[in-house]
Design a protein around this ligand. Structure first.
Ligand code: NAD
Ligand code: UD1
Length: 335
């Protein structure tokens, strides 16, 4: 629909600005400006690297609670601040063509241990980002998680499968999706939520009890330390390599232009922890000592995503197998 020609030029301009904003803002233009929250973290720093390589401008806000400044080039626009700092977030959002919202307390276990403070970041922080995006209808591509499916056994999980959050982390991620939908429906903010499955790659911090299983295992193996499996090792995950995740994020930015979507970002393949352990023995050509401890509270048993919707909407397909991703990681010795 076009504006009534009886309108004044100013009114016509306003109409175009309002109605075409999301179109104008489709950020696959050469040299767009992207705001990345959590850009000093594992996934965020890889994304920043790729965007800079493609000649885009990148602005980062990160409180460095788990991220590291050295993950990023020294000349990048970097704000060491909390995403709940609304006035700063609004100022930065005004400069951005699109926002990748990745900041979160990413450890399921840490969110169980620190329920209230992690909720402040994981949900209130997300609303802070969406609220700032309202002003200019800035597209927001945000990290949700496969954790929202909880112990749903209808594998591979498609996006419509029941959501049964088992942890504070998962409950907040599901709530982020609900608020993103509100941002889209009520405030015309284009959003795409990506339910990342278990991501692994370089720069994933191995040094905290809250780190992901792959960096912890690789670090222990390198230091000739035993690894620990929580539970019987039959729990399974859909492990996706960081390069694939970055491809998925960029594809989402291209398609984030009008309505709100939520999509799985996964490989569609499932590996148990015992299989992961055996694969690592093969790659390192070493016998690895393994201990077992009781399963973690809130831990999901099985997780594997359905890839169809991401293929349909983003034309996204993961390319790297777990074996090749692990091999690449091990050979680089960067974990
Ligand atoms: P990460 O911990 O490496 O990165 C998160 C970043 O957010 C860190 O740099 C941290 O300092 C920053 N941050 C945390 N709280 C903040 C706050 N209040 N204000 C500003 N910055 C803050 O984790 P990651 O693995 O890179 O995860 C990125 C996103 O992807 C998160 O939203 C996470 O929940 C989600 N996710 C990750 C995985 C995975 O397997 N790694 C899977 C599913 C979803
Ligand atoms: C991970 C992500 C979370 C994401 C979710 C998506 C991290 C830290 N967490 O959670 O952000 O939303 O995937 O599915 O990246 N385990 C061991 N030994 C260890 C460490 C872990 O047996 O030393 C087990 C855990 O109990 C769990 C499995 O390995 O069963 C995976 O754990 P973890 O890597 O922490 O990931 P998730 O909890 O799946």
């Amino acid at each position: 629909m076009y504006p009534n020609t009886l309108l004044s030029q100013t009114e016509i301009n306003l109409w175009y600005n309002y109605n075409n904003r999301s179109l104008k803002r489709i950020p696959h233009l050469n040299m767009a400006t992207y705001l990345i929250t959590g850009g000093a973290g594992f996934i965020g720093s890889h994304l920043a690297e790729r965007l800079l390589k493609d000649n885009h401008e990148v602005i980062i806000i990160d409180n460095l609670s788990t991220g590291k400044r050295e993950n990023l080039p020294s000349n990048i626009k970097f704000y060491q601040e909390d995403i709940c700092h609304q006035s700063l977030v609004r100022t930065l959002m005004r400069k951005a063509d699109a926002c990748f919202h990745l900041a979160a307390v990413a450890s399921v276990q840490k969110c169980q241990d620190q329920w209230l403070t992690s909720h402040q970041t994981n949900l209130t922080g997300t609303i802070s980002i969406l609220n700032a995006a309202k002003e200019n209808h800035t597209p927001v591509i945000y990290a949700s998680s496969s954790a929202v499916y909880g112990d749903n056994t209808q594998l591979p999980l498609n996006e419509l499968a029941d959501k049964i959050p088992l942890s504070a982390y998962a409950a907040d991620k599901l709530a982020c999706e609900l608020h993103a939908n509100v941002a889209s429906q009520a405030f015309n903010v284009p959003t795409i939520g990506l339910r990342f499955f278990n991501v692994y790659g370089t720069r994933q911090d191995p040094n905290s009890p809250y780190s992901g299983v792959i960096p912890i295992f690789l670090k222990n193996i390198t230091n000739n330390q035993p690894i620990t499996i929580f539970g019987d090792g039959q729990q399974s995950r859909d492990f996706i390599f960081i390069d694939d995740v970055i491809d998925g994020l960029l594809a989402a930015a291209k398609h984030c232009n009008c309505q709100s979507h939520v999509l799985n970002l996964c490989t569609g393949k499932q590996s148990t922890l015992i299989e992961l352990y055996q694969m690592l023995e093969k790659i390192t050509q070493n016998k690895i000592e393994c201990r077992f401890k009781p399963a973690r509270q809130g831990d999901i048993l099985h997780s594997c995503g359905n890839t169809k919707k991401a293929k349909q909407i983003l034309n996204f397909e993961a390319k790297v197998s777990l074996y090749h991703g692990l091999k690449q990681l091990y050979n680089l010795h960067q974990f």
